[in-house]
Design a protein around this ligand. Structure first.
Ligand code: ACO
Ligand code: ZN
Length: 166
């Protein structure tokens, strides 16, 4: 197993593999038409990571018009991270961080996104640590957000203009 990985845009033929990774890593699973809709509307922010000749992680997003979760009453274009996962054997080598940076950069450049947000289970320590490492802040608690009753943190980050991230 090499430590290297490659980040690229999702393509239609990647769908089965991405759905399998989602199923393996998360209890929130989606129909193939849900993935296809995100891909057709927001192709720039549906990104996969390859290592050892196969896809090992993905991130998919939606861009929404709404209000900032960081500054009250400010209109914002929100990059909503719908789902991110990296296969267990490939974790802790920076893949999720690279996927997050890539969608924030592309979201800003291609869709004028000004802010990034997501929901995460309050008990999902690895994911919360990842987002805190990227200086996201907890902006809201959604009680009973998940089907099994667990609460979600909404976590948010202002995207530097045109995605100029380090
Ligand atoms: N414990 C502590 N800190 C962690 C952990 C962990 N298990 N995982 C990530 N971090 C933090 C660390 O600061 C890490 O940097 P370091 O390794 O230099 O210390 C930093 O985040 C970057 O970590 P990455 O290596 O980029 O993260 P990874 O590729 O391992 O993926 C992820 C993290 C996506 C959360 C992975 O654990 C996973 O797929 N989990 C299952 C699916 C999941 O929970 N997805 C998120 C659900 S919420 C949503 O989809 C919006
Ligand atoms: Zn969401």
């Amino acid at each position: 197993m090499s430590l290297g990985y490659n980040i690229r845009m999702f393509q239609a033929e990647d769908l089965n593999r991405v759905m399998a990774i989602n199923f393996e890593c998360l209890p929130e699973n989606y129909s193939s038409s849900f993935y296809r809709e995100l891909y057709s509307r927001f192709p720039e922010t549906f990104i996969i990571a390859e290592a050892d000749g196969d896809i090992q992680g993905y991130i998919m997003c939606r861009v929404e018009r709404g209000f900032s979760k960081l500054r009250s009453l400010s209109p914002a274009r929100l990059l909503h991270v719908v789902s991110i996962a990296v296969r267990e054997q490939y974790r802790r080598r920076g893949i999720a961080k690279a996927l997050m940076f890539e969608v924030m950069k592309r979201g800003a450049v291609s869709y004028d996104a000004t802010e990034c947000y997501l929901e995460v289970r309050v008990g999902n320590d690895p994911a919360i640590k990842l987002y805190e490492r990227l200086i996201f802040t907890k902006t809201k608690r959604n009680y009973g957000y998940y089907l099994d009753g667990e609460d979600a943190w909404v976590m948010s980050l202002a995207i530097p203009s045109k995605g100029k991230l380090q």
